[in-house]
Design a binder for this molecule. Sequence first.
Ligand code: HXC
Length: 255
Amino acid sequence: MNFIKIERQDRVVTVTLHRPEVLNALSSGLLAELVEALRPLDRDPGTGCFVITGSERAFAAGADIKEMEPKTSVEMFAEDYFAGWDAFAALRTPKIAAVSGYALGGGCELAMMCDIILAGESATFGQPEIKLGVIPGIGGTQRLTKLVGKAKAMDLILTGRTMSAQEAERAGLVSRVVPDDRLTAEAAAIAATVASYGKPAAMAAREAVERALEVGLREGLLFERRSFHALFATEDQSEGMAAFREKRAPRFTGR
Ligand code: HXC
């Protein structure tokens, strides 16, 4: 692998974006590696959580501008450029983005495709595509608006300005802000917690929360209830509730 590094620690798989010379610009090659590596791990019951991270300086400074520049509109359309990112967003294992430094354009959008965004104090978020004569193309206009509301989304997308980790936390984009030197350890700890639960319940939980961004309340509640009912077919439900009654730690198997 040229553009990413992958490490496993028990049930947690950490992916480090690694194109340091271009601040982890998200090229087609990087995306292909990412999806090819994560798809089989996603289906592996032994994988309980992904952590996606970058470098101290940059989570990712956006889609690769130099790769995009020569493309024609027809090429963009015919290749359905960026469609591959849907495969990343569709991974069913919980994903945590551990962000320090720049998360701009596609970098911010990649973080928003994750389930939890943990930010180091240096993290800087923005959708600066307007400065390049375009608009966000991997979900920024949609996900950012759903996550932080129209006022902040319009402000960021129309001015191209960046926002700090603190502002992003206040706006509801980021789950927690931690000192930069704690980012890796905190992300690993959160991921280990998520991965310690039964995978079917974790997958169902993230899917149901995602659904809240997509459908009205009535449909969302029905989706949640059906998922809740379905989890009563799992051994993890029997085990989790028995363990509570017996005052012991549960042993989840993902079955
Ligand atoms: C390609 C990039 C890049 C990118 C940085 N680099 N971002 N290459 N695509 N998105 C390269 C630079 O060209 C430079 O290479 C090297 O990384 C270091 O960057 P510098 O600019 O020298 O660093 P610095 O001065 O610290 O500035 C950091 C920065 C700036 C503020 C993050 O690099 C920047 O503004 N980058 C672009 C951010 C952006 O516009 N992102 C959105 C992209 S569009 P060289 O070889 O010159 O040393 C997108 C969605 C597309 O993401 C959807 C529309 C279709």
